[in-house]
Design a protein around this ligand. Structure first.
Ligand code: ADQ
Length: 482
């Protein structure tokens, strides 16, 4: 089987057997081990001068990482990726800015990374590129003569055409995305938005088998919802339930109900609205005073991007205000923890709680929602309150689905979740575990890679046919001349 080359902005620092490794990293690593291959991307380091990739081999997997200069980091990562694409793709045009220099930096870094990867490629490798930092990566590889099959998976939402058009170089970006052989999205809606852009702008058309003819190329577009390994998570949650931190949280609750939320600190996650809906519950249902607490774990990310500093201040302000308004000597309504925790410990905290509260304003998938369900004790599971704007809402039929812009609806859902009878919780939990098992992380990875391999086979057949036809024509010409 051909080698797999994974390209992502960051090469996840996965150490084998280390429980903190995220699900995605584990899934990608499994695939790399199966076929052997390379994981290529930014090392996370800022360097004085761009240099050749640092290559480390572990078994049949090679990690190839490169540093970014300060200018590259500012323009490509902090700038166009996280201050233009991230907010716009999450429908926050109000937070998005466009700067030509940053965009030029984004294109330059993609070109530089492509040239560095090329030195590591073999002719029958297949290449799988991840996420919004790398929209033009295939185009840059094609420019320097790489003909290998290249697939792309977008982890975040893809916006409707009207929103995509607000990114000034939208047409260049769409042309670049169409240089991939397979373009994958989290949901059918995201895929449809991409196809709608192409069709409404008269740049191409799609067929029912998921093929898209656009900008003079033929590519496969599809929805590949990312999954988790639910049984492994259930096991970890159970095993870690005896940990000191879990016991001490349980003791501090003193019989109170616990609502758990875990996110990266990001404005797309709807944290302020979430706190305000909890406040509304305390206002409208005073019977819950002293009987329920919300624990929000949200470690800061991208803290050097200005909008992220603002959300942090805003959230700390809201938590303080709400606690000041309702707290009693022996009860703090909101515990807001601004730090990272070990993954398995989080799963045990999910298992301890009665409600999972996952209400992003927009999210590609949201793995926390899936992890929450998988962590539950099937004999006494917690209920999940989930935003309709998370990709996960399509896949978790037992959740209480809410509109995160409707604070009253969210507070009613919280009350319903807190009071839900055991039989209903069990039935809803079972309804969610079945699809989680059916569409686990390997299904996501295998279905994407199988589509990429089919495209690779089809194009090599086409290439051979073209070659045979060309050779046939040349022979015929020679024969005619003779
Ligand atoms: P994220 O926006 O990072 O991912 P999410 O899908 O929820 O969002 O994944 C976060 C991961 O980090 C989860 O596995 C979670 O357990 C972990 N995590 C969160 N907070 C943590 C904390 N305090 N300590 C330790 N671990 C924590 C992007 C997209 C999503 C998409 C994923 C995968 O934005 O929509 O689901 O990629 O495709």
């Amino acid at each position: 089987m051909s080698r797999l080359i994974v390209v992502s902005n960051r090469v996840a620092p996965v150490q084998e057997g280390k429980p903190s490794a995220g699900g995605l990293a584990i899934g990608v690593l499994d695939a790399l081990k199966e076929t052997g291959g390379v994981w290529f991307g930014w090392s996370g380091e800022i360097v004085g001068e761009s240099a050749a990739p640092v290559v480390e081999k572990n078994g049949n997997v090679t990690y190839a990482t490169v540093g970014l200069t300060r200018r590259d980091y500012d323009q490509y990562y902090r700038g166009f990726s996280n201050a233009t694409l991230w907010p716009t793709f999450h429908y926050r045009n109000d937070l998005s800015r466009f700067d030509r220099e940053e965009y030029a930096g984004y294109m330059r870094v993609n070109a530089t990374l492509a040239a560095k990867l090329k030195t590591l490629l073999q002719p029958d490798d297949i290449i799988w590129v991840h996420d919004y930092h790398m929209l033009p990566f295939a185009q840059e590889l094609r420019k320097i003569g790489v003909t290998n099959p290249i697939g792309f998976f977008l982890h975040i939402p893809f916006p409707v055409p009207e929103v995509m058009r607000t990114v000034p170089p939208h047409e260049e970006l769409m042309t670049a995305m169409c240089q991939y052989d397979v373009v994958g999205f989290q949901t059918d809606n995201d895929k449809q938005s991409f196809v709608d852009y192409i069709e409404r702008s008269g740049r191409g058309h799609s067929s029912e088998d998921g093929m898209l003819q656009a900008f003079g190329r033929m590519l496969k577009v599809g929805a590949y919802p990312i999954g988790i390994y639910p049984d492994a998570i259930a096991k970890a949650a159970e095993q870690f339930s005896g940990r000191k931190q879990v016991k001490s949280l349980r003791d501090s609750m003193r019989g109170r109900k616990l609502i758990m939320s875990v996110d990266r600190l990001d404005y797309s996650k709807g944290l302020v609205e979430r706190f305000q809906a909890f406040e509304r519950l305390l206002l409208t249902a005073p019977g819950w005073h002293g009987r329920v607490s919300l624990v929000q774990i949200a470690p800061p990310t991208r803290s050097d991007v200005q909008t992220y500093q603002r959300i942090r201040q805003n959230l700390e302000g809201e938590a303080g205000r709400i606690n000041g308004r309702f707290a009693q000597l022996d009860w703090t309504p909101i515990q807001y923890l601004n730090r990272k925790y070990e993954r398995n410990l989080l799963m045990a905290l999910f298992r301890l709680s009665q409600v999972g509260y996952v209400t992003p304003l927009r999210d590609g998938m949201n793995l926390v929602a899936k992890e929450y369900v998988a962590s539950q004790d099937p004999a006494d599971p917690g209920a999940l309150v989930l935003s309709q704007f998370a990709g996960a809402a399509d896949q978790l039929p037992g959740a209480l689905v809410v509109n995160p812009f409707d604070l009253s609806q969210m507070s009613e859902a919280l009350e319903r979740a807190l009071s839900m009878p055991l039989a209903e919780r069990q039935a809803r939990h079972a309804d969610m575990m079945a699809p989680l098992r059916e569409n686990n992380l390997s299904v996501w990875r295998d279905s994407f890679l199988s589509d990429l391999r089919s495209v690779a086979t089809a194009s090599s057949v086409t290439a051979k046919t073209v070659k045979t036809v060309k050779q046939g024509a040349a022979t015929a010409k020679r024969a005619a001349r003779a």
